[in-house]
Design a protein around this ligand. Structure first.
Ligand SMILES: Nc1ncnc2c1ncn2[C@@H]1O[C@H](COP(=O)(O)OP(=O)(O)O)[C@@H](O)[C@H]1O
Ligand SMILES: [Mg+2]
Length: 208
């Protein structure tokens, strides 16, 4: 991974693994429990480069909200490899927030989702933030900000995947891209095992 940090210090990771995906592992930052270090574990680290490149663009744009996307704090060298630092998404009680997939499998009705989904979509549209096909059930955390307040936070899937990006200079183009991709995401969400299994359960309970 390309180095952007001037610091030569190597951070020793002795902290907990927060989670592991196919491409990255994520640890609690040893110096700050509210930050995470993400380290690519496969050779093809295109996804991390795309995410970091997009983060750097966002940082330059003034007035961007990070209500539904972790903030980015730069590159870091660690004893486990090169990585980058972002906000670690935790609930108000300090627990690491759980993914939307977990909530749908456990304690949430599909019918409760629309307001959270609308809020997320409006966030992308009003901040002109582009996401890609990685934005889904497992990469959206449901953060409990307070006992009676939750929000969806996208932890993976930031940035564009197309080769030609100059059209993204036009807000109208970005808005239609967000609308299109969000519709695709909703289709996948409502066709997902978690939602379909839930609907089957509901049907069964109605039949009984
Ligand atoms: N900002 C974050 N806050 C809390 N947990 C995170 C965060 N980023 C990643 N994780 C955890 O680490 C896992 C892997 O990170 P992710 O970026 O999704 O990697 P991959 O690209 O391999 O899927 C996630 O599924 C999640 O459990
Ligand atoms: Mg992921």
């Amino acid at each position: 991974m390309q180095q952007g940090s001037r610091s030569k210090e190597i951070v020793q990771i002795t902290t907990d693994l927060v989670g592991a995906g196919v491409e990255r592992v994520c640890y609690v930052h040893p110096e700050d429990p509210d930050k995470a270090i993400k380290i690519p574990v496969i050779k093809d680290n295109r996804q991390s480069r795309r995410e970091v490149k997009y983060y750097r663009k966002l940082v330059k744009r003034k007035g961007i909200s990070f209500d539904h996307c972790p903030r980015y704090y730069g590159f870091v060298k660690t004893n486990l490899g090169d990585g980058f630092v972002v906000d670690l998404i935790r609930d108000y009680d300090g627990e690491v927030s759980k993914p939307l997939s977990w909530y749908l499998e456990n304690e949430m009705e599909v019918s409760e989702l629309p307001p959270y989904l609308d809020e997320l979509k409006n966030y992308f549209l009003s901040n002109l933030i582009i996401f890609n096909y990685d934005m889904g059930l497992h990469n959206l955390l449901f953060q409990k900000c307070a006992p009676d307040k939750m929000r969806l936070v996208m932890i993976d899937g930031l940035g564009d995947t197309v080769a030609v990006t100059w059209l993204n200079l036009f807000a109208s183009h970005v808005r239609s891209k967000i609308n299109r991709r969000f519709s695709r995401f909703l289709q996948a969400l409502y066709a997902s095992q978690q939602v379909v299994a839930h609907k089957d359960l509901l049907k069964q309970s109605v039949r009984q």
